[in-house]
Write a protein that binds this ligand. Structure first.
Ligand code: OFO
Length: 180
């Protein structure tokens, strides 16, 4: 693109976010590998899949910067944090990383608003929505983890009950409708 359609400041902010997305991917990758070694293939599979999503976010931003006449800067990615101590910490840390990332996305939205850069404002909305989805997803896993652990008596039963209710029908035959 010969004509640059984003400000230098926005180009820098987007580049920083692009590198943060790569860092998010590293975190998911590190946690996934940790979970796999700990003997939790289900959680590992979820985290590995999410690592790919973060890479896609990174790629989306690269394409946007370049498509608007800027230049994506591929830089060093910071190392992921140390291994979590247990699954609870793994999930809570993951949620916190997502919340921190949401704040960074919000900052880009604010900047786009201030600059009246409506194209970037519009582009960033996809990420705002994505962050809502991701926070909800991880929060849901934390809730299920709480049900499945034996922190309280009978929690394992509650976990089964909850899973059954998820597939429970919304309608039921009342006695008069039953066929004999
Ligand atoms: Fe889960 O963070 Fe990307 O945007």
């Amino acid at each position: 693109m010969k004509t640059k359609r984003i400000s230098d400041a926005m180009e820098e902010a987007l580049n920083d976010q692009m590198t943060r997305e790569a860092h998010q991917a590293q975190i998911y990758l590190a946690y996934a590998s940790w979970a796999e070694v700990q003997g939790f293939p289900g959680i590992a599979a979820f985290l590995y899949k999410h690592m790919h999503e973060e890479r896609e976010h990174m790629f989306k931003i690269i394409k946007y910067i370049n498509g608007r006449g800027g230049r994506a800067r591929i830089e060093q990615i910071a190392a992921p944090p140390a291994d979590p101590q247990n699954i609870s910490e793994c999930l809570h840390n993951t949620l916190q990383h997502e919340i921190d990332n949401s704040a960074e996305i919000d900052a880009i939205v604010n900047q786009a608003h201030e600059e009246k850069d409506w194209a970037t404002f519009n582009f960033a909305q996809w990420f705002v929505r994505e962050q809502i989805e991701e926070e909800t997803l991880i929060n849901g896993l934390i809730d299920r983890f709480a049900l499945a652990t034996d922190a309280e008596p009978n929690n394992a039963n509650l976990y089964d009950l909850d899973r059954d209710v998820a597939d429970a029908p919304q309608e039921v035959l009342i006695p008069r409708e039953e066929e004999f």
